[in-house]
Design a protein around this ligand. Structure first.
Ligand code: DMJ
Length: 502
Protein backbone atom coordinates (compact mmCIF):
# COMPACT_ATOMS: atom_id res chain seq x y z
CA UNK A 1 0.00 0.00 0.00
CA UNK A 2 1.56 3.34 -0.94
CA UNK A 3 1.23 6.64 0.84
CA UNK A 4 -0.88 8.11 -1.90
CA UNK A 5 -3.56 5.46 -1.75
CA UNK A 6 -6.44 6.30 0.47
CA UNK A 7 -9.82 5.00 1.41
CA UNK A 8 -12.77 6.62 3.11
CA UNK A 9 -12.68 6.09 6.85
CA UNK A 10 -16.07 7.38 7.94
CA UNK A 11 -15.57 6.84 11.65
CA UNK A 12 -12.83 9.41 11.68
CA UNK A 13 -13.61 11.89 9.01
CA UNK A 14 -15.56 14.42 11.00
CA UNK A 15 -13.33 15.16 13.88
CA UNK A 16 -10.04 13.90 12.63
CA UNK A 17 -8.04 17.10 12.28
CA UNK A 18 -9.27 18.46 15.57
CA UNK A 19 -8.44 15.22 17.33
CA UNK A 20 -5.04 14.98 15.80
CA UNK A 21 -4.14 18.53 16.80
CA UNK A 22 -4.66 17.65 20.40
CA UNK A 23 -3.57 14.06 20.63
CA UNK A 24 -1.13 12.97 17.96
CA UNK A 25 2.30 14.42 18.19
CA UNK A 26 4.93 15.87 15.94
CA UNK A 27 5.17 15.09 12.28
CA UNK A 28 2.38 12.52 12.18
CA UNK A 29 -0.33 14.97 13.15
CA UNK A 30 1.02 17.56 10.76
CA UNK A 31 1.34 15.28 7.76
CA UNK A 32 -1.96 13.55 8.30
CA UNK A 33 -3.87 16.78 8.68
CA UNK A 34 -2.34 18.12 5.50
CA UNK A 35 -3.19 14.94 3.63
CA UNK A 36 -6.70 14.95 5.00
CA UNK A 37 -7.34 18.56 4.10
CA UNK A 38 -6.09 18.02 0.59
CA UNK A 39 -7.79 14.68 -0.09
CA UNK A 40 -10.79 14.60 2.17
CA UNK A 41 -9.63 11.05 2.69
CA UNK A 42 -7.32 9.60 5.16
CA UNK A 43 -5.37 6.40 5.36
CA UNK A 44 -4.56 5.10 8.83
CA UNK A 45 -2.24 2.45 7.36
CA UNK A 46 0.02 5.36 6.45
CA UNK A 47 0.08 6.35 10.11
CA UNK A 48 1.28 2.85 11.08
CA UNK A 49 3.98 3.19 8.47
CA UNK A 50 5.08 6.54 9.92
CA UNK A 51 5.15 4.97 13.37
CA UNK A 52 7.34 2.18 12.02
CA UNK A 53 9.64 4.77 10.51
CA UNK A 54 10.00 6.56 13.83
CA UNK A 55 10.69 3.30 15.69
CA UNK A 56 13.14 2.07 13.05
CA UNK A 57 15.00 5.35 12.49
CA UNK A 58 15.66 5.73 16.20
CA UNK A 59 16.74 2.12 16.60
CA UNK A 60 19.10 2.72 13.70
CA UNK A 61 20.40 5.98 15.14
CA UNK A 62 21.00 4.83 18.69
CA UNK A 63 21.16 1.04 18.84
CA UNK A 64 22.03 -0.27 15.38
CA UNK A 65 23.13 -3.90 15.49
CA UNK A 66 22.17 -4.32 19.15
CA UNK A 67 19.12 -6.24 20.24
CA UNK A 68 16.72 -3.49 21.25
CA UNK A 69 16.56 0.27 21.81
CA UNK A 70 16.27 2.26 25.02
CA UNK A 71 14.36 5.21 23.60
CA UNK A 72 14.73 7.55 26.58
CA UNK A 73 18.40 7.00 27.32
CA UNK A 74 19.01 6.62 23.56
CA UNK A 75 21.24 3.57 23.67
CA UNK A 76 21.07 -0.17 23.10
CA UNK A 77 19.15 -2.56 25.33
CA UNK A 78 20.19 -6.15 25.75
CA UNK A 79 18.01 -8.91 27.07
CA UNK A 80 19.37 -12.24 28.26
CA UNK A 81 16.75 -14.02 26.13
CA UNK A 82 19.11 -13.88 23.15
CA UNK A 83 22.42 -14.49 24.93
CA UNK A 84 24.91 -12.57 22.87
CA UNK A 85 23.21 -13.12 19.55
CA UNK A 86 22.72 -9.57 18.30
CA UNK A 87 20.32 -7.70 16.04
CA UNK A 88 16.94 -8.91 17.40
CA UNK A 89 15.15 -5.73 16.28
CA UNK A 90 16.61 -5.97 12.77
CA UNK A 91 15.60 -9.60 12.24
CA UNK A 92 12.20 -9.13 13.90
CA UNK A 93 11.47 -6.07 11.75
CA UNK A 94 12.58 -7.40 8.35
CA UNK A 95 9.17 -8.55 7.16
CA UNK A 96 7.37 -5.47 8.49
CA UNK A 97 9.78 -3.29 6.50
CA UNK A 98 9.13 -5.45 3.44
CA UNK A 99 5.36 -5.42 3.79
CA UNK A 100 5.29 -1.66 4.34
CA UNK A 101 7.48 -1.24 1.26
CA UNK A 102 10.22 0.52 3.21
CA UNK A 103 12.69 -0.57 0.58
CA UNK A 104 15.81 1.33 1.63
CA UNK A 105 15.39 0.20 5.22
CA UNK A 106 14.82 -3.42 4.15
CA UNK A 107 17.98 -3.26 2.06
CA UNK A 108 20.12 -1.98 4.92
CA UNK A 109 18.63 -4.60 7.25
CA UNK A 110 19.43 -7.33 4.74
CA UNK A 111 23.00 -6.09 4.41
CA UNK A 112 23.38 -6.17 8.17
CA UNK A 113 22.12 -9.77 8.24
CA UNK A 114 24.54 -10.76 5.48
CA UNK A 115 27.55 -9.21 7.14
CA UNK A 116 26.89 -9.37 10.85
CA UNK A 117 24.28 -11.88 11.96
CA UNK A 118 26.42 -14.48 13.65
CA UNK A 119 25.30 -17.63 15.45
CA UNK A 120 28.80 -18.91 16.13
CA UNK A 121 28.81 -17.40 19.57
CA UNK A 122 29.08 -18.74 23.07
CA UNK A 123 25.57 -17.85 24.12
CA UNK A 124 22.89 -19.31 26.34
CA UNK A 125 19.62 -18.41 24.69
CA UNK A 126 15.88 -18.97 25.14
CA UNK A 127 15.00 -21.60 22.53
CA UNK A 128 11.44 -20.22 22.28
CA UNK A 129 12.38 -16.56 21.90
CA UNK A 130 15.14 -17.23 19.40
CA UNK A 131 12.84 -19.49 17.42
CA UNK A 132 9.86 -17.13 17.21
CA UNK A 133 11.86 -13.95 16.59
CA UNK A 134 15.00 -15.03 14.73
CA UNK A 135 14.00 -18.25 12.93
CA UNK A 136 10.50 -16.90 12.30
CA UNK A 137 11.81 -13.51 11.16
CA UNK A 138 14.35 -15.03 8.80
CA UNK A 139 11.85 -17.50 7.32
CA UNK A 140 9.32 -14.75 6.60
CA UNK A 141 11.97 -12.50 5.12
CA UNK A 142 12.95 -15.38 2.84
CA UNK A 143 9.43 -16.23 1.74
CA UNK A 144 8.56 -12.58 1.09
CA UNK A 145 11.75 -11.49 -0.65
CA UNK A 146 13.13 -14.74 -2.07
CA UNK A 147 16.62 -13.71 -0.86
CA UNK A 148 18.70 -16.85 -0.27
CA UNK A 149 20.66 -15.35 2.63
CA UNK A 150 17.57 -15.51 4.85
CA UNK A 151 16.90 -19.17 4.06
CA UNK A 152 20.51 -20.10 4.77
CA UNK A 153 20.60 -18.22 8.06
CA UNK A 154 17.28 -19.70 9.19
CA UNK A 155 18.46 -23.26 8.53
CA UNK A 156 21.85 -22.58 10.14
CA UNK A 157 20.12 -21.29 13.28
CA UNK A 158 17.62 -24.18 13.26
CA UNK A 159 20.56 -26.61 13.31
CA UNK A 160 22.03 -24.78 16.29
CA UNK A 161 18.75 -25.29 18.17
CA UNK A 162 18.56 -29.06 17.62
CA UNK A 163 20.61 -30.07 20.72
CA UNK A 164 17.80 -28.59 22.86
CA UNK A 165 15.83 -31.76 22.05
CA UNK A 166 18.46 -34.05 23.57
CA UNK A 167 16.38 -34.96 26.61
CA UNK A 168 15.02 -38.39 27.64
CA UNK A 169 11.58 -37.57 26.19
CA UNK A 170 12.57 -35.25 23.36
CA UNK A 171 10.69 -32.39 25.05
CA UNK A 172 13.23 -29.59 24.56
CA UNK A 173 15.00 -27.56 27.18
CA UNK A 174 13.97 -23.93 27.61
CA UNK A 175 17.55 -22.67 27.59
CA UNK A 176 20.40 -23.79 25.38
CA UNK A 177 24.03 -22.86 25.03
CA UNK A 178 24.34 -22.82 21.25
CA UNK A 179 28.10 -23.35 21.37
CA UNK A 180 28.29 -26.26 23.81
CA UNK A 181 24.84 -27.68 23.05
CA UNK A 182 24.11 -27.93 26.78
CA UNK A 183 20.52 -27.27 27.78
CA UNK A 184 18.66 -26.64 31.01
CA UNK A 185 15.33 -25.29 32.21
CA UNK A 186 14.37 -22.03 33.87
CA UNK A 187 15.31 -22.30 37.56
CA UNK A 188 11.87 -20.97 38.54
CA UNK A 189 9.88 -23.58 36.57
CA UNK A 190 7.93 -26.10 38.63
CA UNK A 191 9.93 -29.29 39.29
CA UNK A 192 12.55 -28.64 36.59
CA UNK A 193 9.86 -28.54 33.92
CA UNK A 194 9.88 -27.22 30.39
CA UNK A 195 7.11 -24.71 29.60
CA UNK A 196 4.10 -25.59 27.45
CA UNK A 197 4.06 -22.29 25.54
CA UNK A 198 7.78 -22.64 24.84
CA UNK A 199 8.12 -26.22 23.61
CA UNK A 200 4.67 -25.96 22.02
CA UNK A 201 5.66 -22.97 19.91
CA UNK A 202 8.26 -24.47 17.61
CA UNK A 203 6.01 -26.39 15.26
CA UNK A 204 5.37 -23.91 12.45
CA UNK A 205 8.97 -22.81 12.08
CA UNK A 206 10.39 -26.34 12.32
CA UNK A 207 8.01 -27.68 9.66
CA UNK A 208 9.19 -24.88 7.38
CA UNK A 209 12.83 -25.60 8.19
CA UNK A 210 12.35 -29.17 6.98
CA UNK A 211 10.48 -27.90 3.94
CA UNK A 212 13.27 -25.49 3.00
CA UNK A 213 16.27 -27.63 3.89
CA UNK A 214 15.02 -31.01 2.72
CA UNK A 215 16.07 -32.34 6.13
CA UNK A 216 13.17 -34.09 7.91
CA UNK A 217 14.81 -33.87 11.33
CA UNK A 218 13.22 -30.53 12.24
CA UNK A 219 9.67 -31.74 11.61
CA UNK A 220 10.40 -35.05 13.36
CA UNK A 221 11.43 -33.22 16.53
CA UNK A 222 8.19 -31.27 16.79
CA UNK A 223 5.98 -34.19 15.80
CA UNK A 224 7.53 -36.13 18.68
CA UNK A 225 6.41 -33.38 21.11
CA UNK A 226 2.85 -34.09 20.06
CA UNK A 227 3.36 -37.82 20.58
CA UNK A 228 4.53 -37.25 24.15
CA UNK A 229 1.56 -34.96 24.85
CA UNK A 230 -0.93 -37.39 23.37
CA UNK A 231 0.30 -40.22 25.58
CA UNK A 232 -0.31 -38.20 28.77
CA UNK A 233 -3.49 -37.95 30.81
CA UNK A 234 -4.76 -34.41 30.92
CA UNK A 235 -6.59 -33.11 33.98
CA UNK A 236 -10.16 -32.32 32.82
CA UNK A 237 -8.80 -32.36 29.26
CA UNK A 238 -6.61 -29.34 30.08
CA UNK A 239 -2.87 -28.96 29.39
CA UNK A 240 -0.82 -27.95 32.44
CA UNK A 241 1.85 -25.31 31.75
CA UNK A 242 4.71 -27.46 33.11
CA UNK A 243 6.09 -30.73 31.76
CA UNK A 244 9.27 -32.39 32.98
CA UNK A 245 11.46 -33.32 29.96
CA UNK A 246 13.18 -36.14 31.85
CA UNK A 247 10.27 -37.93 33.51
CA UNK A 248 7.66 -36.96 30.95
CA UNK A 249 5.31 -36.04 33.81
CA UNK A 250 3.36 -32.83 34.33
CA UNK A 251 4.62 -30.37 36.94
CA UNK A 252 2.17 -28.14 38.80
CA UNK A 253 -1.36 -28.34 37.43
CA UNK A 254 -1.54 -24.70 36.41
CA UNK A 255 -3.34 -23.92 33.18
CA UNK A 256 -3.24 -20.60 31.36
CA UNK A 257 -4.27 -19.34 27.95
CA UNK A 258 -2.00 -16.37 28.67
CA UNK A 259 1.65 -16.49 29.73
CA UNK A 260 3.21 -20.00 29.86
CA UNK A 261 0.39 -21.59 27.84
CA UNK A 262 -0.83 -19.19 25.13
CA UNK A 263 0.94 -19.93 21.88
CA UNK A 264 0.80 -23.72 22.36
CA UNK A 265 -2.93 -23.52 21.52
CA UNK A 266 -2.28 -21.00 18.75
CA UNK A 267 0.22 -23.36 17.08
CA UNK A 268 -2.13 -26.35 17.14
CA UNK A 269 -4.66 -24.38 15.13
CA UNK A 270 -2.11 -22.76 12.85
CA UNK A 271 -0.30 -26.06 12.21
CA UNK A 272 -3.57 -27.39 10.83
CA UNK A 273 -4.16 -24.25 8.74
CA UNK A 274 -0.55 -24.15 7.51
CA UNK A 275 -0.82 -27.78 6.38
CA UNK A 276 -3.69 -26.76 4.08
CA UNK A 277 -5.98 -28.43 6.60
CA UNK A 278 -4.38 -31.86 6.28
CA UNK A 279 -2.92 -32.04 9.79
CA UNK A 280 -5.91 -33.76 11.41
CA UNK A 281 -4.00 -34.45 14.62
CA UNK A 282 -3.30 -30.74 15.17
CA UNK A 283 -6.93 -29.94 14.38
CA UNK A 284 -8.31 -32.44 16.88
CA UNK A 285 -5.90 -31.35 19.61
CA UNK A 286 -6.93 -27.71 19.08
CA UNK A 287 -10.71 -28.17 19.12
CA UNK A 288 -10.56 -30.62 22.05
CA UNK A 289 -8.46 -28.13 24.00
CA UNK A 290 -10.86 -25.26 23.22
CA UNK A 291 -13.76 -27.40 24.44
CA UNK A 292 -12.00 -27.97 27.78
CA UNK A 293 -11.06 -24.28 28.02
CA UNK A 294 -14.67 -23.25 27.46
CA UNK A 295 -15.92 -25.65 30.10
CA UNK A 296 -13.36 -24.90 32.79
CA UNK A 297 -11.81 -21.48 32.18
CA UNK A 298 -14.17 -19.19 30.30
CA UNK A 299 -16.53 -17.21 32.50
CA UNK A 300 -18.82 -14.18 32.26
CA UNK A 301 -18.62 -11.32 34.76
CA UNK A 302 -21.75 -9.92 36.39
CA UNK A 303 -21.30 -6.90 34.11
CA UNK A 304 -21.49 -9.21 31.08
CA UNK A 305 -17.83 -9.39 30.11
CA UNK A 306 -16.52 -12.76 28.91
CA UNK A 307 -13.04 -13.55 30.20
CA UNK A 308 -10.59 -16.45 30.35
CA UNK A 309 -9.52 -17.23 33.90
CA UNK A 310 -6.46 -19.18 35.01
CA UNK A 311 -6.82 -22.66 36.53
CA UNK A 312 -4.71 -23.78 39.45
CA UNK A 313 -5.31 -27.38 40.47
CA UNK A 314 -9.05 -27.03 39.95
CA UNK A 315 -9.42 -23.53 41.43
CA UNK A 316 -9.97 -20.48 39.25
CA UNK A 317 -8.01 -17.27 39.53
CA UNK A 318 -10.26 -14.64 37.97
CA UNK A 319 -7.48 -12.84 36.20
CA UNK A 320 -6.77 -12.35 32.53
CA UNK A 321 -3.40 -11.30 31.10
CA UNK A 322 -2.81 -8.93 28.20
CA UNK A 323 -1.13 -11.95 26.61
CA UNK A 324 -4.44 -13.86 26.83
CA UNK A 325 -6.11 -11.28 24.60
CA UNK A 326 -4.59 -12.93 21.52
CA UNK A 327 -7.20 -15.67 22.03
CA UNK A 328 -10.00 -13.52 20.59
CA UNK A 329 -8.27 -13.62 17.22
CA UNK A 330 -7.46 -17.30 17.61
CA UNK A 331 -11.06 -18.30 18.29
CA UNK A 332 -12.25 -16.30 15.29
CA UNK A 333 -9.52 -17.70 13.03
CA UNK A 334 -10.47 -21.24 14.06
CA UNK A 335 -14.23 -20.67 13.73
CA UNK A 336 -14.45 -21.97 10.20
CA UNK A 337 -13.37 -25.50 11.10
CA UNK A 338 -15.20 -25.70 14.42
CA UNK A 339 -17.02 -29.02 14.89
CA UNK A 340 -20.74 -29.44 15.60
CA UNK A 341 -21.89 -26.31 13.77
CA UNK A 342 -20.03 -24.12 16.20
CA UNK A 343 -18.61 -21.68 13.65
CA UNK A 344 -20.87 -18.82 14.74
CA UNK A 345 -20.20 -19.62 18.37
CA UNK A 346 -16.42 -19.38 17.93
CA UNK A 347 -16.71 -16.05 16.09
CA UNK A 348 -18.92 -14.79 18.90
CA UNK A 349 -16.40 -15.97 21.48
CA UNK A 350 -13.69 -14.07 19.60
CA UNK A 351 -15.88 -10.96 19.52
CA UNK A 352 -16.57 -11.20 23.25
CA UNK A 353 -12.89 -11.54 24.13
CA UNK A 354 -12.12 -8.59 21.85
CA UNK A 355 -14.75 -6.51 23.68
CA UNK A 356 -13.39 -7.46 27.11
CA UNK A 357 -9.84 -6.60 26.07
CA UNK A 358 -11.03 -3.30 24.62
CA UNK A 359 -12.68 -2.59 27.98
CA UNK A 360 -9.37 -3.30 29.73
CA UNK A 361 -7.89 -0.48 27.61
CA UNK A 362 -10.86 1.84 27.90
CA UNK A 363 -10.96 1.64 31.71
CA UNK A 364 -7.44 3.07 32.12
CA UNK A 365 -6.41 6.74 32.06
CA UNK A 366 -4.10 6.22 29.13
CA UNK A 367 -6.42 3.99 27.08
CA UNK A 368 -3.69 1.37 26.95
CA UNK A 369 -4.20 -2.02 28.56
CA UNK A 370 -2.49 -3.28 31.71
CA UNK A 371 -0.39 -6.43 31.84
CA UNK A 372 -3.16 -8.25 33.72
CA UNK A 373 -6.70 -7.37 34.80
CA UNK A 374 -9.06 -8.95 37.26
CA UNK A 375 -12.65 -9.90 37.74
CA UNK A 376 -12.88 -10.16 41.49
CA UNK A 377 -13.12 -7.98 44.56
CA UNK A 378 -15.77 -5.84 42.88
CA UNK A 379 -13.75 -4.92 39.78
CA UNK A 380 -14.07 -5.93 36.16
CA UNK A 381 -11.30 -5.71 33.56
CA UNK A 382 -9.13 -3.56 35.83
CA UNK A 383 -5.66 -4.19 37.23
CA UNK A 384 -5.68 -4.05 41.00
CA UNK A 385 -2.06 -4.87 41.76
CA UNK A 386 0.62 -2.29 41.18
CA UNK A 387 2.88 -4.82 39.48
CA UNK A 388 0.21 -5.59 36.86
CA UNK A 389 -0.41 -2.02 35.69
CA UNK A 390 2.33 -1.75 33.12
CA UNK A 391 2.09 -1.80 29.31
CA UNK A 392 5.18 -2.85 27.35
CA UNK A 393 4.00 -2.15 23.78
CA UNK A 394 2.44 -5.60 23.53
CA UNK A 395 0.46 -6.53 20.40
CA UNK A 396 -2.21 -9.04 21.52
CA UNK A 397 -5.21 -6.72 21.68
CA UNK A 398 -4.47 -5.11 18.32
CA UNK A 399 -3.78 -8.60 16.93
CA UNK A 400 -7.28 -9.65 17.93
CA UNK A 401 -8.77 -6.48 16.40
CA UNK A 402 -7.01 -7.33 13.14
CA UNK A 403 -8.39 -10.89 13.02
CA UNK A 404 -11.86 -9.73 14.03
CA UNK A 405 -11.82 -7.02 11.37
CA UNK A 406 -10.74 -9.40 8.61
CA UNK A 407 -13.27 -12.04 9.61
CA UNK A 408 -16.30 -9.82 10.32
CA UNK A 409 -15.63 -6.39 8.76
CA UNK A 410 -17.33 -4.80 11.72
CA UNK A 411 -15.95 -1.21 11.64
CA UNK A 412 -15.66 -1.04 15.41
CA UNK A 413 -12.44 -3.03 15.24
CA UNK A 414 -10.79 -0.38 13.09
CA UNK A 415 -12.13 2.26 15.42
CA UNK A 416 -10.67 0.46 18.44
CA UNK A 417 -7.39 0.07 16.58
CA UNK A 418 -7.36 3.80 15.94
CA UNK A 419 -7.93 4.48 19.64
CA UNK A 420 -4.83 2.40 20.33
CA UNK A 421 -2.85 4.40 17.76
CA UNK A 422 -3.84 7.65 19.45
CA UNK A 423 -2.90 6.31 22.87
CA UNK A 424 0.45 4.99 21.62
CA UNK A 425 1.23 8.34 20.02
CA UNK A 426 0.20 10.29 23.07
CA UNK A 427 1.85 8.23 25.78
CA UNK A 428 4.48 5.89 24.31
CA UNK A 429 6.02 7.98 21.56
CA UNK A 430 9.10 9.85 22.69
CA UNK A 431 11.83 11.62 20.76
CA UNK A 432 13.98 8.48 20.72
CA UNK A 433 11.33 5.96 19.62
CA UNK A 434 8.51 4.26 21.56
CA UNK A 435 8.62 3.26 25.19
CA UNK A 436 6.54 1.06 27.47
CA UNK A 437 4.63 2.63 30.39
CA UNK A 438 4.89 1.66 34.06
CA UNK A 439 1.32 2.51 35.11
CA UNK A 440 -1.46 2.99 32.59
CA UNK A 441 -3.86 4.23 35.30
CA UNK A 442 -1.68 7.24 36.07
CA UNK A 443 -2.21 10.54 34.30
CA UNK A 444 1.50 11.09 33.86
CA UNK A 445 3.78 8.80 31.92
CA UNK A 446 6.54 6.97 33.68
CA UNK A 447 8.41 5.33 30.78
CA UNK A 448 10.17 1.99 31.16
CA UNK A 449 12.72 3.00 28.51
CA UNK A 450 12.47 -0.14 26.34
CA UNK A 451 11.34 -0.37 22.72
CA UNK A 452 10.59 -4.08 22.49
CA UNK A 453 11.45 -5.76 19.19
CA UNK A 454 7.90 -7.17 19.05
CA UNK A 455 6.58 -3.62 18.76
CA UNK A 456 8.05 -3.52 15.25
CA UNK A 457 7.36 -7.12 14.32
CA UNK A 458 3.86 -7.41 15.73
CA UNK A 459 2.14 -4.31 17.08
CA UNK A 460 2.91 -2.08 14.11
CA UNK A 461 2.44 -4.86 11.55
CA UNK A 462 -0.97 -5.80 12.92
CA UNK A 463 -2.00 -2.13 12.91
CA UNK A 464 -0.90 -1.81 9.30
CA UNK A 465 -2.80 -4.95 8.32
CA UNK A 466 -5.87 -3.82 10.26
CA UNK A 467 -6.03 -0.73 8.07
CA UNK A 468 -5.04 -2.42 4.80
CA UNK A 469 -7.01 -4.46 2.29
CA UNK A 470 -7.64 -8.14 3.03
CA UNK A 471 -5.60 -9.23 0.03
CA UNK A 472 -2.38 -8.13 1.71
CA UNK A 473 -1.14 -11.48 3.10
CA UNK A 474 -4.52 -13.22 2.74
CA UNK A 475 -5.36 -15.83 5.35
CA UNK A 476 -5.92 -18.54 2.70
CA UNK A 477 -2.22 -18.40 1.89
CA UNK A 478 -0.44 -17.21 5.02
CA UNK A 479 -0.40 -17.95 8.72
CA UNK A 480 1.34 -15.67 11.19
CA UNK A 481 3.71 -17.18 13.69
CA UNK A 482 3.31 -16.01 17.28
CA UNK A 483 5.68 -13.11 16.62
CA UNK A 484 3.53 -12.06 13.60
CA UNK A 485 5.96 -13.42 11.03
CA UNK A 486 3.94 -14.65 8.02
CA UNK A 487 4.65 -18.19 6.83
CA UNK A 488 3.05 -19.60 3.70
CA UNK A 489 0.42 -22.31 3.78
CA UNK A 490 1.98 -25.45 2.33
CA UNK A 491 -0.65 -26.15 -0.30
CA UNK A 492 -1.17 -29.84 -0.93
CA UNK A 493 -2.20 -29.68 -4.55
CA UNK A 494 0.04 -27.15 -6.26
CA UNK A 495 3.35 -26.99 -4.43
CA UNK A 496 4.26 -23.74 -2.81
CA UNK A 497 3.06 -20.70 -4.67
CA UNK A 498 3.85 -18.20 -1.98
CA UNK A 499 5.79 -16.04 -4.41
CA UNK A 500 2.58 -15.07 -6.21
CA UNK A 501 0.47 -14.56 -3.16
CA UNK A 502 1.86 -11.56 -1.35
C1 DMJ B 1 5.72 -11.91 21.66
O1 DMJ B 1 7.08 -12.19 21.72
C2 DMJ B 1 4.93 -13.09 21.17
O2 DMJ B 1 3.68 -12.65 20.76
C3 DMJ B 1 4.77 -14.16 22.22
O3 DMJ B 1 3.95 -15.21 21.79
C4 DMJ B 1 4.17 -13.57 23.46
N1 DMJ B 1 4.82 -12.38 23.89
C5 DMJ B 1 5.30 -11.38 22.99
C6 DMJ B 1 4.47 -10.14 22.83
O4 DMJ B 1 3.72 -9.74 23.88
Amino acid sequence: MSCTESEPASFMQESLCQKLKTTVREIISFSICCGFLLNQHYNPAFVSLQMMKHAWDNYKRYAWGLNELKPISKQGHSSNLFGNIQGATIVDALDTLYIMEMKEEFKEAKEWVEKNLDFNVNAEISVFEVNIRFVGGLLSAYYLSGEEVFRKKAVELGEKLLPAFNTPTGIPWALLNIKSGIGRNWPWASGGSSILAEFGTLHLEFVHLSHLSGNPVFAEKVMNIRKVLNRLDKPEGLYPNYLNPSSGQWGQHHVSIGGLGDSFYEYLLKAWLMSDKTDEEGKKMYYDAVQAIETHLIRKSSGGLTYIAEWKGGLLEHKMGHLTCFAGGMFALGADGAPNDKTGHHIELGAEIARTCHESYDRTSMKLGPEAFRFDGGVEAIATRQNEKYYILRPEVIETYMYMWRLTHDPKYRQWGWEAVEALEKHCRVDGGYSGIRDVYNNHESHDDVQQSFFLSETLKYLYLLFSEDDLLPFEHWVFNTEAHPLPVLHKDNGNKEENQK
